[in-house]
Design a protein around this ligand. Structure first.
Ligand code: AKG
Ligand code: FE2
Length: 319
């Protein structure tokens, strides 16, 4: 891939670098790094190059990157045929496109996707399957590190075969010279809603807020690292653990330096609890019974299923 270099002088955050192969092997030092990352920055790099399923995920992400270029280059009226049903569904075309795990794997009935997407179904299936496994490996690692009796406490709530809001999202952001003014935000500050997000991008632009004393609170870039995915947790993990784990705020701004002159794509898998899973603090985190974190909905006292909760979050975010 021919992309301009990430500039040396752009402020970056040195998030942890963790080996996927080591997590799969149950390495305790690497596993501890996951828990530390998920209680501090909320983001970490996962090295995908040392094991077969990681490498496959990396290769599939590269192919989806190429596929994205074709999909987004289609004329607008062609793309509008696959328009997302705003406010009702996550899937279909909008300036960002998304494909449901459930549609790809015949878990629920599908919708119309562009022909390129249909012919690439094996690729999308393989990517979503491997990304789901990766998300569950992170969830099991966290459960073990938190000394939960059941290491599937989180992962079980993300049963692959159960209908859920899990999806693959392909995004493209084109250069708009007037955006490159140092102020424009491509994707406003937000936290992801779900369990674990597995992100691949090739250009800078993603930012999180620094925790380093010398520049605390400053938005700094998460510089893309070849061969690595970027992993972060969503609000469902915060809710389940009563605030023990963190879903960090992040945003996307134009890529720094010369990188701003080329189109920016990202390939993301969002894992979420199954639609029917109850969004509540799990017993090991109840402590003296005080719910620390009510989510962002002021929902104290009401039990929502994940589907209800996600719909409310979508409305809240103006989707
Ligand atoms: O494009 C990126 O690097 C991040 C995208 C993101 O945060 C999101 O889609 O939720
Ligand atoms: Fe996000």
């Amino acid at each position: 891939m021919d992309i301009p270099p990430f500039p040396d002088d752009a402020p970056t955050i040195p998030i942890a670098r963790i080996s996927y192969a080591a997590l799969l092997a149950g390495d305790t030092v690497e596993s501890q790094k996951v828990l530390t990352a998920c209680t501090t920055d909320g983001f970490f790099y996962l090295d995908m190059t040392e094991n077969a399923s990681g490498q496959e995920l990396l290769d599939d992400a590269g192919q989806l990157h190429s596929l994205s270029k074709g999909l987004f280059d289609a004329p607008v009226d062609e793309k509008m045929r696959y328009l997302n049903d705003r406010g009702k569904s996550l899937f279909g075309y909008k300036p960002t496109g998304a494909v449901a795990k459930d549609h790809l794997h015949n878990i629920t009935s599908s919708r119309t996707y562009p022909p390129e997407m249909t012919t690439s179904q094996p690729l999308c299936r393989s990517f979503t399957q491997n990304a789901h496994v990766c998300a569950q490996v992170i969830m099991r690692t966290l459960a073990r590190q938190l000394h939960l009796e059941d290491e599937d406490t989180f992962a079980r709530r993300a049963d692959f075969k159960a209908p859920s809001g899990d999806h693959l999202r392909l995004t493209k952001k084109s250069l708009n010279p007037k955006d490159n003014d140092g102020h424009t935000i491509g994707l406003a500050s937000h936290t992801d809603f779900g369990l674990v997000t597995v992100l691949f991008n090739w250009l800078g632009g993603l930012q999180i807020q620094s925790l380093q004393p010398e520049n605390a609170g400053q938005w700094c870039f998460v510089k893309p690292l070849p061969g690595h995915a970027i992993i972060n947790l969503g609000d469902a993990m915060v809710k389940f653990t009563n605030g023990t784990l963190k879903s960090a705020k992040h945003r996307v701004v134009p890529a720094p330096g010369l990188q701003a002159t080329v189109d920016r794509y990202s390939v993301v898998y969002f894992s979420r609890p199954a639609d029917e899973a109850i969004m509540e603090v799990l017993p090991p985190f109840l402590g003296d019974g005080t719910v620390q974190i009510g989510g962002k909905l002021g929902e104290e006292g009401k039990r929502y299923t994940t589907r209800e909760w996600m719909v409310r979050r979508l409305v809240q975010m103006g989707h």
